[in-house]
Design a binder for this molecule. Sequence first.
Ligand code: UDP
Length: 371
Amino acid sequence: MYDYLIVGSGLYGAVFAREAADRGKKVLVIDRRDHIAGNVYTKNVEGIHVHEYGAHIFHTNLKQVWDYVNRFAQFNRFTNSPVANYRGELYSLPFNMYTFNRMWGVVTPEEASAKIEEQRRAAGITEPKNLEEQAISLVGTDIYEKLIKGYTKKQWGRPCSELPAFIIRRLPVRLTFDNNYFNALYQGIPVGGYTKMVERMLDGIEVRLGVDYLEQKAELDALAHRVVYTGAIDAYFDYALGELEYRSVRFETELLDQPNFQGVAAMNYTDEETPWTRIIEHKWFQFGKDDNGADLSKTVISREFSAPWKKGDEPYYPVNNERNNALYEEYRRMAEQEEKVIFGGRLGEYKYYDMDAVIASALKKCEEEFS
Ligand code: UDP
């Protein structure tokens, strides 16, 4: 008999497993995939750590979380500075003085701010009610039209006027020449890849791969006193109240016989016509190479295509609009009745969580559980 059955070996599951094992609990981790680490999984291709489920750049303001992950990996000093490509015009991200200069020719913060104010006033927005209004009020109509409108529509499958404003507030707007995408005190990528980091978290803990919890729920439940479930909450209840909405992502990955494809880890294609949202060139997360000595003459790129989720697809992004949040609330109430089960992580809590928030939430849950 195990104390804890942990369903899913992503960050939430791995942190919970580590904390439980360190308190002397007997833990079994299962995952339906044939590898650990959930969507942070990286695969080694010719020494390049390929982010198989999309780019993951660790960033946090939480010292506790930063110290925690540093126990399991050494982090490099990667700083995310993606480039936006609008029909061949290249712009700096996040929105900063380089972006404003390229867009309007303005040179000083005062000029940039006046330009944004002028466009905001012309659009007549006082209280932004949706992503479109929020974006225009933050950066004006020109940037909205070229760098936000098309990208967001591709990523979320609906126009900005039908999306919640909070999504765009993830992006900083700065009147400085700072291309660092994140406003975070700590940032980096684990040297050797995320898989190695999660492997270290799970050190000494029993892991069974290729095991689908929901298919053999009764037998698996019988193995443990408590269950930590990190899969989709609606799937757990067999969609009894209806489906929550997710966005899925499809990747077309290629190994290229050239040393440098785009010169940056992430290039966003912000027009509406280009079918992919972005291209990731994985080696730049490692500055071209890391300790494992990637072959510098080659590179791996992934084109990322956003898609609506349907049963059987991998859910990536919860669509946190009013309808879905209300439905989630109902599922959450059902989940409270499952006394043996803890629901956690991006899918278990139906939240557009970053990695650090997932870890913080797992650590908090552990404090409650083991106090
Ligand atoms: N976004 C945009 N243009 C860009 C990058 C992002 O309009 O070039 C918007 C888009 O709505 C996206 C949101 O900002 O959904 C958040 O982007 P982020 O890069 O944080 O998304 P993630 O990396 O989680 O996919």
